[in-house]
Write a protein that binds this ligand. Structure first.
Ligand SMILES: Cc1ncc(COP(=O)(O)O)c(C=O)c1O
Length: 331
């Protein structure tokens, strides 16, 4: 694993800590958190890890421009813009659907990092990326296209290493993690973690809380990508489907449409631990964890690790949805 080209963009290992007051407020289990919101690139997040491998590959291929895609408040797009700035590469973001009234949150940061933005409108963003790449080539440049979420075998490899990092941290503390809970969207993070548990012979379970798509779509994608990622490392190991657990009961009104469960989760963590989760990914995943704890998924003595994947740059543009827009909400 250590021979695969990698560019250092973050600070490792990210810390783990116990959430004692939060766990107490749930009445069990004991919840730990892995702070990938503190990766150290821009505002942090899971994409820093993936980009260490993707940017190394881009540089190895002689790229001078990286192109990727995401929603208006995409953390992945923002992290890519920051990584490109760090490497001295041009960055073009294909964002969907259209420009909002104000450049807030991650969109503001994209511009600060010098990214050029192409709005996809109603077109398929993958097709727009291909179009932009063709334009770049005909202008004599060398573009490198990073797929949605950075979720291919190169990007997901990072989370096999992240699992190894966690195994070492847990061993140092004599801590056994029964289950990891993580927000899952394009699936690369979960695929890497699942592949990591298989490759490293760990019995820790990985539960992805779907934030965008139903389990019927996400589960096979995660399983296929986990196997592809292991093959990328020359490991021909099958990933049993039982290893890929996806909970899709928390999709609410849909992707990037936070509601009361996300608001409560954000508030619970903020008020008990002084820590922040975001409204689209980690807030939804934490809401799922809270609900599953209330339904008795874990015994009080079990250790659950909430893997914080970042995203807090999107808290501010969602302020109105989270607090309501009446002045009384600020009282
Ligand atoms: C903050 C945050 N958490 C979790 C995820 C999900 O990661 P993945 O796309 O690898 O499933 C994302 C993806 O954009 C994210 O931005």
């Amino acid at each position: 694993m250590d021979r695969i080209p990698r560019l250092l963009l973050g600070h490792w290992p990210t810390p783990i800590q116990e959430l004692a007051r939060f766990s107490q407020s749930l009445g069990g289990p004991r919840v730990w958190i892995k702070r990938d919101d503190l990766t150290g690139l821009a505002l942090g997040g899971n994409k820093t890890r993936k980009l260490e491998f993707l940017m190394a590959d881009a540089l190895a291929q002689g790229a001078d421009t990286v192109i990727t895609t995401g929603a208006v408040q995409s953390n992945h797009a923002c992290q890519t813009a920051a990584a490109a700035a760090r490497c001295g590469l041009r960055c073009i973001l294909v964002l969907a659907p259209q420009a909002p009234a104000r450049p807030e949150g991650n969109l503001l940061l994209d511009r600060l990092f010098g990214a050029r933005i192409r709005w996809a409108g109603t077109q398929d963003p993958a097709q727009v990326m291909a179009q932009v790449a063709a334009e770049e080539r005909s202008a004599g440049r060398c573009p490198y296209v990073i797929p949605y979420g950075g979720s291919n075998a190169i990007g997901a490899t990072a989370y096999i290493l992240a699992m190894r990092e966690l195994v070492m941290q847990a061993r140092e503390r004599d801590l056994h993690i029964d289950e990891i809970v993580i927000a899952s969207s394009s699936g690369g993070t979960q695929a890497g973690l699942v592949a990591g548990t298989v490759a490293l012979h760990q019995d820790t379970r990985v539960l992805g809380i779907a934030v965008a798509e139903p389990a019927a779509v996400l589960t096979p994608r995660v399983q296929a990508l986990a196997e592809l990622t292991l093959q990328h490392l020359n490991l021909r190991v099958e990933v049993p489907v039982e290893r890929v657990q996806v909970a899709d009961g928390y999709l609410g009104a849909g992707y990037a449409r936070p509601g009361e469960p996300e608001r409560q989760a954000i508030e619970r963590l903020a008020r008990n631990e002084g820590l922040l989760v975001d409204p689209v990914y980690t807030g939804r995943a934490l809401a799922g964890l809270m609900d599953l704890a209330a339904k008795g998924r874990w015994a009080p003595s079990e250790r659950v690790l909430f893997w914080h994947t970042g995203g807090t740059g999107a808290l501010f543009p969602f302020g109105n949805q989270l607090l309501g827009c009446e002045p009384s909400c600020l009282a």
